[in-house]
Ligand binder design. Structure first.
Ligand code: SF4
Length: 365
């Protein structure tokens, strides 16, 4: 298995920007960005990020807001927050040098067992295993493992297997070969077995089960929520607020609003949410747009309304911060994807017309 796979990798390896370096910082960055994200999406983000923060020290010196802005659109923002925190630990506790054991790497924020194994094997040439979705699939098929890899016992077994099969001193290329095989040949649907270097030993192929493995665990359907968001105008400026640092989308900016309760209309929901978040009163105007968005564990329909500010002095009651900004200044803030869609409708609308009547100077101010 090892010989065939390494020979195949020498010829067919993917030429990716993070494959041209052994710098643990760059490898760490690429592995974090690649979590739940396609390679093609990651490449421009990776290049932009390294251009601005070429070292772990440079990343440490940047405010989190700037890191989130560069991450905008990549999703799973806790990755960016953890990256920033881990960089600070590497600089303050390890003099800017990445620790070289998986146990210590694993203790850094955002670095799980897989990422620790990837950094240790690729950057430091240690014989440490990796197990991501691609590797799991290859192992389940080659060794005909007929239990879901999501089951704890199977997962444990796969980690042991991934370690056992590493050829001594060659984890760096062997791990990457397994990942590439899973990404390009042993794909989730219709694996290209006829071109696979492991076809002679693959137990799934032998039993014609390559399309049935790995066994999938059924996921319960994800819940759906209606969410209302307000484009609150005052003196030709719009009110945005920043989410608290913890939790989903922490630290990002957004249009105020929140989840509709069962008994509420969307307008009632928006008035209540803005009151709770910022302690001000608004009048809800026309609906601007509706955006559907899916997160990992739930889906939302986001209803965006243009609103008029009425009374009250904004306070950051249930948010980290707030700002009144001009439409053109919104691009300087990091917004979650669903809010980005609202933003683009807003920009389009006011590219050809002036701000709405509700944006006019407020008599109280
Ligand atoms: S022979 Fe087919 S199923 Fe088996 S490892 Fe190769 S691509 Fe995957």
């Amino acid at each position: 298995m090892q010989k065939n796979l390494l020979a195949w990798y020498r010829v067919h390896r993917r030429d990716l920007p993070w494959r041209r370096t052994r710098d643990p910082y760059a490898i760490w960055l690429s592995e974090i960005m690649l979590q739940q994200t396609q390679v093609a999406t990651v490449i421009p983000y990776y290049e932009r990020f390294l251009k601005e923060f070429s070292t772990v020290q440079a990343l440490t010196n940047s405010p989190l807001d700037r890191v989130l802005k560069l991450w905008q659109g990549l999703g799973y923002y806790s990755r960016a927050r953890n990256l920033h925190r881990a960089a600070q630990i590497v600089v303050s506790e390890y003099h800017g040098k990445f620790p070289q054991t998986t146990a210590v790497l694993n203790s850094l924020p955002g670095i799980g067992r897989y990422t620790a194994g990837a950094i240790a094997s690729i950057a430091f040439d240690l014989d440490e295993p990796v197990l991501d979705g691609n590797v799991e699939r290859v192992l389940c098929r080659v060794f005909r493992i007929k239990m879901s890899p999501k089951e704890t016992a199977t997962h444990k077994k796969l980690w042991t297997l991934a370690r056992t099969i590493i050829p001594t001193g060659k984890a760096c290329f062997f791990n990457q070969a397994l990942m590439d095989l899973g990404a390009t040949i042993c794909t989730p649907r219709r694996p290209a077995c006829e071109r696979c270097p492991l076809r002679d030993i693959c137990q799934a192929l032998k039993n014609n089960e390559q399309n049935d493995l790995p066994i999938k665990k059924r996921r319960p359907p994800s819940p759906h929520y209606d969410v209302a968001a307000g484009i609150i105008w005052k003196n030709n400026r719009i009110l945005i607020d920043q989410r608290k640092p913890q939790g989903l989308l922490g630290g990002l900016w957004e249009f105020p609003g929140g989840k509709r309760e069962p008994h509420e209309t969307l307008e009632e929901c928006l008035i209540r949410e803005v009151r709770e978040e910022l302690a001000i009163e608004i009048e809800v105007g026309e609906k601007l747009t509706v955006v559907k968005h899916a997160y990992t564990h739930f889906r939302i329909t986001l209803h965006a309304f243009e609103c008029r500010y009425r009374t009250g002095r904004p306070q950051a009651v249930q948010c980290a911060d707030f700002k009144w900004v001009k439409l053109a200044e919104l691009e300087n803030f990091a917004f979650p994807k669903a809010n980005e869609k609202i933003l683009s409708v807003l920009r389009q609308k006011y590219a050809t017309q002036s701000a709405p009547a509700i944006a006019a100077t407020h008599p109280e101010l």
